[in-house]
Design a protein around this ligand. Structure first.
Ligand SMILES: Nc1ncnc2c1ncn2[C@@H]1O[C@H](COP(=O)(O)OP(=O)(O)OP(=O)(O)O)[C@@H](O)[C@H]1O
Length: 337
């Protein structure tokens, strides 16, 4: 039987694929495909295998942006859903491992090299201490690593921390939160801290702007002449170019909320091992992110400011497709169990 292992990192927008010919071996033919181009996950995988001229793999590990609690898998921010048993049979696999995408990414953290990380504040990591992982993309992924005695490389967390309730700290954030609540019922962290969330923050701030006649202060019709941005990339571009003050406010609020949520996680886990920031959005902000409200809000925890000030945060270079390495590690661990 072909020893090939298929690895995939499946987000709400992109599926990243690669293969390995042996445990611990290098990853080959890494590709990023838009999920929207394929009706099912099986179709995307089959297209990749055909494109690369690969035979049926023996085993596969799929890191997916959703909770994995049983045979039925349903993505949170995309339409794909499947039965693990049926997918394994359809692809002719001996073994199929499906896990949360950020659980896979957490498994890759010990493998990251210094050049794949950029530090944003804090001091040195404390070896053996818990680690937090958070990453805005199509959704907001959250995981971490804990190091119980005798564990090698840490045990990854498989929670759904992106869906915790969002907590406002300023009057403006309260006002925005009420708009998100009215729209979604539950204003989770993910409702603000992801691509669609950034657009929603923009729209809420636009609605609240004093110059907007429908805003709370009902002032004269405002100076915003250009049409509203409809994608996270457009909001980011306008903010970074300095061409739209509301886009800048939205991006600052996004970074502030991200810092606040990351700080909550670091306090909860006692994450002296550091906070890793994954996902596709933050790396696109470049060094602007380092000067944003992220770090001050990460540390703004009253009596625990000094505690948090010591904790390093790192941005993960997504070019290294680290979640694929984590998926491979998940197969290694499952195989040796
Ligand atoms: N230049 C940009 N600035 C900010 N956000 C961007 C930019 N370009 C794309 N995005 C946003 O990044 C998000 C996609 O992120 P990512 O590449 O991490 O996708 P994903 O892995 O499919 O997502 P997830 O794992 O969260 O489901 C989209 O919401 C998109 O709007």
């Amino acid at each position: 039987m072909n020893p090939l292992r298929l690895l995939a990192d499946i987000g709400g927008t992109n599926i990243r694929l690669a293969w390995q010919d042996q445990p611990g071996g290098p990853l080959h033919d890494t590709r990023v495909l838009p999920c929207a181009n394929y009706p099912t996950v099986a179709a995307a995988i089959t297209a990749y295998l055909a494109e690369q001229g690969l035979a049926t793999p023996r085993e596969a590990a799929l890191g997916m942006a959703n909770p994995v609690t049983g045979d039925a898998v349903r993505m949170t921010n995309h339409s794909w859903s499947f039965s693990q048993r049926a997918l394994r049979a359809q692809l002719g696999l001996q073994r199929l491992l499906v896990l949360n995408d950020f659980t896979a990414l957490a498994l890759a953290l010990p493998l990251l090299r210094p050049e794949q990380l950029r530090q944003v504040g804090g001091g040195a990591a404390v070896a053996g201490s818990a680690v937090v992982l958070i990453g805005p993309g199509t959704g907001l992924g959250v995981s971490g690593l804990v190091f119980p005695p005798g564990s090698h490389g840490g045990v990854p967390l498989s929670g759904e921390g992106g869906h915790v309730s969002l907590a406002a700290q300023t009057q403006q954030e309260f006002d925005v939160l009420r708009i998100l609540q009215a729209r979604y019922g539950h204003a989770s962290a993910e409702r603000a801290v992801c691509g669609a969330g950034l657009v929603d923050l923009y729209q809420a701030l636009r609605q609240l702007a004093p110059s907007n006649p429908s805003g709370p202060s009902g002032g004269p019709s405002g100076p915003l002449g250009a049409s509203d941005p409809s994608t996270a990339a457009q909001v980011t571009e306008r903010a970074l170019q300095g061409s739209d003050p509301i886009a800048l406010q939205a991006l600052e609020m996004f970074c502030g909320f991200l810092g606040s949520v990351a700080g909550n996680l670091a306090l909860t886990l006692g994450a002296h091992g550091g906070v890793y920031i994954g996902g596709g959005m933050v790396p696109r902000l470049g060094t602007w992110f380092d000067r944003s409200t992220f770090r001050p809000r990460f540390e703004a925890k009253g009596r625990f400011q000094t505690y948090l000030a010591a904790i390093p945060c790192w941005i993960i270079d997504p070019g290294a497709t680290p979640a694929l390495h984590g998926a491979a590690r998940a197969l290694d661990i499952a195989g040796s169990a």
